[in-house]
Design a protein around this ligand. Structure first.
Ligand SMILES: Nc1ncnc2c1ncn2[C@@H]1O[C@H](COP(=O)(O)OP(=O)(O)OP(=O)(O)O)[C@@H](O)[C@H]1O
Ligand SMILES: [Mg+2]
Length: 466
């Protein structure tokens, strides 16, 4: 980004320590931003009330009102201001809490110039892209159709997804699509490509990175030359070359080995790569969209994903909501899939019974839309004609036991234990069952993790291994 562009951005530094405050001020000035300073949260609120501020860079620990309270206040009154927290060692847990409250990101002290610069570039890039449509946004906010690309949904959450897709499509920024399995990340990637006037007639290349071994993935992405390895009988072009002018969609980006992460970083930074076994450097201009159903940030935490790559990849994030967060879309999705599978199977099924609808509304859909789609497909095949009843649905027992409503007589503490166990298991899973790393990723110490594992009866070995 040009200094001239940075010059449009007002960044407020909030820190009571003069040394840190002033050195940050220097860094921002040199980078070309318009920098401002405040010593306390109270003073920061005054500044924000009296002039334009785009980004607030605040210390977590401040004399009276702390950084988190400032964050909450700012988010309430000025939701468009992005907030980056600076936290001391040992308060990372609080910083994570801050992210949940809407902070953009956090940096850990001692503050590293490079890291601050990258985070600010990211914030600015996001603001640039989302800002393009700013005036239009209010007008179009409600008007995205229920069918957008291949996606179906009218919920606010999907409207937001459509809006982001629309705003980012024609930029060159790398997009990170996150969301649980079966939420439609593949459809989002495809829609980004289709909405991009300059790219839509060109190739859309999808690579399921998790399905290939490291060697295969490398040669798939970058190509190889004859003799590069056993079986390489002739030169082969890679997917990055094939996607020239179009979009490359790297699904399951979390599966990238450390070696491949370095190569991807190079493509993201310089747009260059070599075929395996070749020394000719090639260029690609393919737009890169990546997806994962893992929490990349916690993979960074446990050392499985490069932090610099994370920042490069996560320039613009699109989070696809889970189905349980947008139950108001269920009716429409059901109608869509009933129609689709009725036609495919030559059936005259028109809908679901009231009982089924209720079960669907209460169920928590761990497999998201894919699970709903499969349920309807199976049911359409079973149903006679007319309406789908409960007994037509394969595995319909699950709808009864899934209800997440607290059972009478259960204490809040008991009810909360089950999600806590899930979080622990998934952190362990992401860190290959390495307890040190999982504890770090969870922001708790090893002993706490150990005690919780015992309490919840979580196995100390990776399931399936002795
Ligand atoms: N909004 C939607 N409207 C209609 N169908 C959808 C929607 N979202 C997802 N689907 C359907 O759900 C299925 C799963 O979608 P998709 O493969 O894109 O999920 P995913 O998020 O990539 O999952 P995974 O992480 O397991 O790869 C597909 O058949 C897709 O067509
Ligand atoms: Mg997918």
């Amino acid at each position: 980004m040009e200094i001239a562009d940075r010059n449009k951005y007002d960044i407020l530094i909030v820190d009571d320590e003069p040394l840190i405050r002033e050195s940050l001020y220097e860094i921002l000035r040199i980078e070309g931003y318009r920098a401002h300073m405040a010593q306390t949260a109270e003073e920061a609120l005054e500044v924000v009330g009296s002039q334009k501020v785009d980004i607030v860079l605040t210390d977590l620990k401040l004399p009276k009102m702390n950084g988190i309270e400032l964050l909450i206040r700012l988010k309430q009154s000025y939701p468009e201001i992005e907030i980056v927290l600076i936290t001391g060692y040992g308060t990372v847990e609080t910083a994570v809490e801050a992210m949940k409250n809407g902070a953009y990101d956090y940096v850990v002290k001692p503050v590293n110039d490079g890291e601050i610069k990258i985070i600010l570039e990211k914030v600015v890039e996001k603001k640039e892209i989302l800002g393009e449509n700013k005036d239009l946004r209010e007008i179009v906010a409600e008007t995205y159709p229920a069918y957008f690309g291949n996606m179906v949904g009218v919920s606010d959450k999907m409207q937001k997804v459509y809006h982001i897709i629309e705003s980012v499509a024609s930029s060159n920024a790398t997009i990170l699509v996150t969301g649980e399995s079966g939420t439609g990340k593949g459809l989002v990637a495809r829609a980004i490509h289709e909405r991009d006037e300059g790219r839509k007639g060109k190739p859309f290349v999808e690579v399921s990175c998790g399905a290939l071994s490291e060697t295969l993935l490398e040669s798939e992405l970058f190509g190889h030359v004859k003799g590069a390895f056993t079986g390489a009988i002739k030169d082969k072009e890679g997917r990055f070359e094939f996607a020239q002018g179009g979009t490359i969609f790297l699904d399951e980006i979390d599966a990238f080995s450390t070696g491949l992460q370095v190569k991807l970083l190079r493509i993201l930074q310089d747009g260059v790569f070599e075929r395996v076994g070749d020394n000719v450097t090639r260029r690609t201009n393919a737009r890169i969209v990546v997806a994962t159903n893992k929490d990349l940030k916690s993979l960074v935490g446990c050392g499985d994903f490069r932090e610099d790559l994370y920042y490069r990849v996560n320039v613009i994030g699109v989070r696809v909501p889970s189905l349980r967060e947008k139950k108001e879309d269920i009716d429409l999705l059901v109608a869509h899939y009933v129609e689709k599978y009725s036609m495919e199977n030559n059936k005259k099924v028109v809908g679901v019974s009231e009982e089924v609808r209720k079960l669907f509304m209460e169920y928590n859909w761990p497999g998201n839309i894919r699970e709903l789609e499969n349920a309807i497909e199976g049911a359409v095949v079973m149903a006679q004609a007319g309406i789908i009843n409960k007994h037509d649905i394969p595995n319909n027992e699950k709808f009864l036991i899934s209800s997440a409503a607290p059972v009478e007589g259960q204490t809040l503490k008991k009810v909360l234990e089950s999600p806590e166990r899930d979080v622990i298991v998934s952190a362990l899973d992401e860190c290959q069952w390495n307890r040190n790393r999982a504890a770090a990723a969870l922001g708790i110490n090893r002993t706490t993790l150990y005690n919780k594992m015992k309490k919840y009866n979580v196995s100390f070995n990776k399931p399936g291994q002795p």
